[in-house]
Design a protein around this ligand. Sequence first.
Ligand code: SAH
Ligand code: SF4
Length: 352
Amino acid sequence: MNLLDLDPAGAEKTIGAWVSAHGLPRYRTEQIARRLWQQPVGAWRDVSDLPATLREALDRDLPIVRLEVQSMELSSDGTKKFLWRLADGEMIESVLIPSGTRRTLCISSQAGCALGCVFCATGRMGFRRNLTVAEIAGQVREIVLRDPTDRPTNIVFMGMGEPLLNWPAVDTTLTILNHEQGFGIGARHITVSTVGIIPGMERLRARPEQFRLAISLHSPNPASRIGLMPVEKKYALGDVIAEARRFGRRVTFEYVMIAGRNDSDGDADQLARLARPLAAHVNLLPLHPGGAPGLTPTSGNRIRIFAERLREAGVEAVVRRSRGLDINAACGQLYVEMAEKRRRTESAASPG
Ligand code: SAH
Ligand code: SF4
């Protein structure tokens, strides 16, 4: 039983049952529950306001499961990249990006990714496995535990993996992030990024909270999009846009700029025709290294012209600054080298 896999209501119920089974006063439930996410502790033995015997019993019956930090790298721009080792040896990354009073944490939802977008380093790793709730929300928890002044104000599901292909775990994690008895982060400060997994978008839409949705578009027409994102075959651009319209809240389009692939004036005009009716906000991202060789970033000047063309067509477009590039922590660069090395050694060692 891992309490950290439950949502706050479920955890409270489980703790409540345990507390009453042990003949303890009811107020203990709240005192214990708040140590899961509100004031996290690494182990029950560290909770000094609980009796020692109770702490021991908790560590025995309802132990707190941790993510092990394998490394932490600090970029010259203040961005921090955390590499976590999971219980089965899989590795995932989170990136903390400070900006003024804001601290945005970019979290992973899967180890690797099955979707193989050609420009993305995680895509090149292939799919390893889905993360559990405790592993996704645990990325936030561990960072708060290490340094309370790092407590994230914003969360983006833009690390490794496709969150909407791990919906049950992401669903519960969203509750933990937002809930008063969880991390208490406002829904408008939590963004789920997807390539357009339509069933997942429908589920996110069904939630009453105002979570934000970012759609990784990367091309305004199906023929060229399919060359960048194989998922276009399964969930076609037109259907993704239609679902974005049904979402009812303003969405963001993510658009990685790749020279000669999606950065012409014609592309800008087509993109504007998709974005304007939705009042979608467009984030233009300079292409970062790590994807397929042979892709070239669009020049800074060309990105500015593209952005200006969108604005002239009445679309809100922002060129995103690359953060954490010096430590390979930028969007799309997350990739666990050790997994690759291990696979290489394994295949080198295999007979034949
Ligand atoms: N799978 C989800 C969320 C993780 S990817 C998705 O694709 O939306 C997070 C963001 O990183 C996406 O917007 C993605 O397009 C972007 N990204 C991927 N590779 C990139 C690269 N090489 N350079 C810049 N951004 C990249
Ligand atoms: Fe997966 Fe997103 Fe990378 Fe595409 S961009 S391979 S969906 S993580």
